[in-house]
Design a protein around this ligand. Structure first.
Ligand SMILES: Cc1ncc(COP(=O)(O)O)c(C=O)c1O
Length: 453
């Protein structure tokens, strides 16, 4: 069953017209945004479909209300930043106390909450020593410096079409001879990518072995499943091979669970029994308050500490003035202690399973050649079947027009999915009825698509 493109274009025009008519206030505010670069506060916000983004009025739990008075079931959840739900009560109480009653949002002084959070991260993810950041990007950048320091090696190995934040080393794909070249769209790379980076396809053990054998890779930086080019799951035994090859070649394994935290309270690391040397997380752990963290093993800490010339406490390139501030740390503590708990994950994963089954039902009924993949509390459909096994394969089945149609179809009927591809995330407030509403609308949208063709 293929999609008739003329029909798709007509459906898309109908949904765009409806979106524009239903959101006059958002359109007006966007029209007035003459002093914002790209007309949005942050360039990614230009990704929303329909020509202009919805403007936020309020958000609680898994509901967002826009300035035109429409309320949505939110499966985008700030692209994981709001996996704890919007303004979770426990987080709000803790940050309100710090903001007002106690004061001292940023002081460059520690609070007792920091050790609580570090111990909790150690319990969940296994690594003993932690440091805080305000974003996952920063956690990756600083941890990459430590990996180079610990190994004395220059390169970072990444996977084609990975994403780990705005980190210079990662925007690479394999060139014709296998050497890293800038991926399409990479904004002004500071140096040629092959100076800093080796890159292979996800799920390709042989290619990884060959690159690591060059002996110059400080760390393999990976998500246990790719999540930023659709979901690309690891094949059976693949992650064991990655660990083995890292150990054999003296390369550190650096796992970024900023998104794959959706796999469970201890992320994929606990769910799948992984053993990273360095661990990175961000986005959701502060319940929406800027927060991030990286954890290191005792062995990495020893090697890093062995270099007397490395300035780890001042201007050596690791750290940020506001990182680990009292507000951010209070938010992490409240969120981990009370919101993103083991029972919450159980609920979220059950709903993502229901969501995935709902999508699969429509794929089976209509025969469209798409697939749906689940990673704990996260589910995503992709315009290829079977599901792609590498980032490059997954990139090849992107379809901007289909994305826009499906996103707008949902928005126009009260459901938000992420503007980046077709990801849906569950939070503790998501209900089975919310999931079933998506299932109903998805069937309706795909039904319209295949009605002509
Ligand atoms: C796996 C992963 N790591 C790091 C980041 C960067 O997060 P932030 O933009 O909050 O720095 C992202 C963002 O999408 C991500 O998906």
């Amino acid at each position: 069953m293929s999609i008739d493109r003329t029909h798709l274009t007509a459906l898309l025009a109908r949904e765009r017209a409806r979106y524009e008519a239903d959101h006059p206030r958002s359109r007006e505010l966007f029209g007035q945004a003459d002093h914002l670069f790209g007309r949005v506060p942050m360039t990614w916000m230009g990704m929303w479909s329909g020509g202009f983004p919805l403007y936020l009025d309020s958000a609680h739990g898994n509901r967002i209300t826009d300035v035109d008075g429409h309320t949505y079931i939110d499966f985008a959840l700030g692209d994981t930043g709001a996996m704890a739900g919007h303004s979770p009560r426990a987080t709000v109480e803790a940050v309100t106390r710090r903001l007002g009653e106690l004061g001292g949002i940023t002081t460059m002084l520690p609070t007792g909450d920091a050790e609580w959070v570090a111990a909790e991260l150690a319990r969940r993810f296994g690594l003993p020593l932690w440091s805080f950041t305000l974003t996952a990007t920063d956690a990756n950048r600083w941890a990459i410096r430590l990996a180079r320091l610990a190994t004395g090696r220059p390169k970072i190995l990444v996977f084609s079409y990975c994403y780990h934040g705005s980190v210079d080393e990662i925007f690479a794909v394999p060139g014709p001879d296998g050497r890293a070249v800038a991926r399409p769209g990479n904004v002004a790379p500071p140096v040629p990518l092959d100076l800093t980076t080796r890159v292979v396809e996800f799920n390709d053990v042989e290619a990884l072995a060959a690159e690591l054998a060059q002996g110059d890779v400080a760390a393999v930086l990976m998500e246990p499943a790719l999540t930023n080019i659709g979901i690309v799951l690891p094949e059976d035994g693949y992650l064991d091979e990655v660990r083995r090859l890292c150990t054999e070649n003296g390369t550190l394994l650096m796992i970024d669970e900023t998104h794959t935290f959706s796999a469970g309270p201890g992320g994929a690391t606990a769910a799948w029994g992984l053993h990273p040397d360095i661990f990175v997380i961000g986005k959701s752990i502060g319940g929406g308050i800027p927060s991030g963290a990286y954890g290191i093993s005792d062995a990495v800490a020893r090697r890093v500490g062995a270099d007397p010339d490395a300035d780890l406490v001042d201007v050596g390139g690791v750290g940020g003035t506001l990182a680990g501030n009292a507000l951010s740390v209070a938010a992490m503590r409240a969120t981990l202690e009370n919101v993103l708990t083991a029972p919450a994950f159980e609920h979220m994963i059950e709903l993502a399973t229901r969501f995935t089954a709902g999508v699969q039902q429509t794929l089976d009924a209509t025969g469209v050649p798409w697939s749906v993949s689940q990673l704990g509390a996260r589910s995503e459909y992709r315009f290829a079947s079977p599901a792609p096994r590498t980032g490059t394969d997954s990139a090849a089945c992107a379809d901007a027009e289909l994305d826009e149609f499906l996103h707008l179809f949902m928005v126009n009927r009260g459901v938000l999915i992420t503007p980046f591809h077709n990801m849906a995330l569950m939070c503790p407030d998501t209900s089975a009825a919310d999931v079933d509403e998506h299932t109903r609308l998805f069937a309706e949208a795909v039904g319209e698509l295949v009605a002509v063709g």
